[in-house]
Design a protein around this ligand. Structure first.
Ligand code: SF4
Ligand code: SF4
Ligand code: SF4
Length: 149
């Protein structure tokens, strides 16, 4: 994971952050620094990398809470995970019928632009379960796009 983070940094070792890019990647991984603390990354030339890094770090933060790691490149957008999700099934009637979720619904998983996103990990029932945690989204995904760690 550190390597993936490092790949998204400018890798100039300019030391404007007070260290090398490799050390900065360590601090990003631990959560002790944020991408905003790399001045070089804020330059327009690094917009794509900056956005990709923000998405990766957001995924890591969510995974720390629920165990989800989503590979959006593998996702076909089929929506099966939304339908089988324990929270969605219990709380969102549209999802239960295989239709939803509607725009304002509180849901764990949502499809945006044809790919699944963790819309609100704080609703995932895994946060409340000490044992035998739900893994339905992972178990039913036909492309192994969702991994629970
Ligand atoms: S400021 Fe950014 S580009 Fe420069 S060394 Fe630190 S992490 Fe690398
Ligand atoms: S682990 Fe269960 S509750 Fe959490 S998102 Fe997946 S299916 Fe929904
Ligand atoms: S994560 Fe899997 S089950 Fe969910 S929409 Fe993507 S491909 Fe379908």
């Amino acid at each position: 994971m550190k390597q993936r983070i490092l790949e998204l940094l400018p890798k100039t070792d300019c030391q404007m952050c007070g260290m090398t890019c490799t050390d900065f990647a360590d601090f990003l991984l631990s959560g002790d620094l944020t991408p905003q603390e790399c001045p070089t990354l804020q330059e327009d030339a690094y917009t794509v990398q900056r956005e990709a890094l923000a998405e990766l770090l957001a995924q890591l933060a969510a995974r720390a809470k629920t165990g989800h790691l989503i590979d959006r490149d593998k996702c076909s957008g089929c929506g099966i995970c939304l339908i089988v999700c324990e929270y969605n099934a219990a709380n969102d009637s549209e999802s239960r019928q295989g239709k939803g979720p509607y725009a304002g619904a509180k849901v764990v998983l949502r499809i945006i632009n044809g790919r699944v996103v963790l819309a609100d990990e704080t609703l995932c029932t895994r946060l409340l379960q000490a044992a035998d945690k739900c893994s339905k989204c992972q178990d039913h995904c036909p492309t192994q796009a969702i991994v629970l760690v």
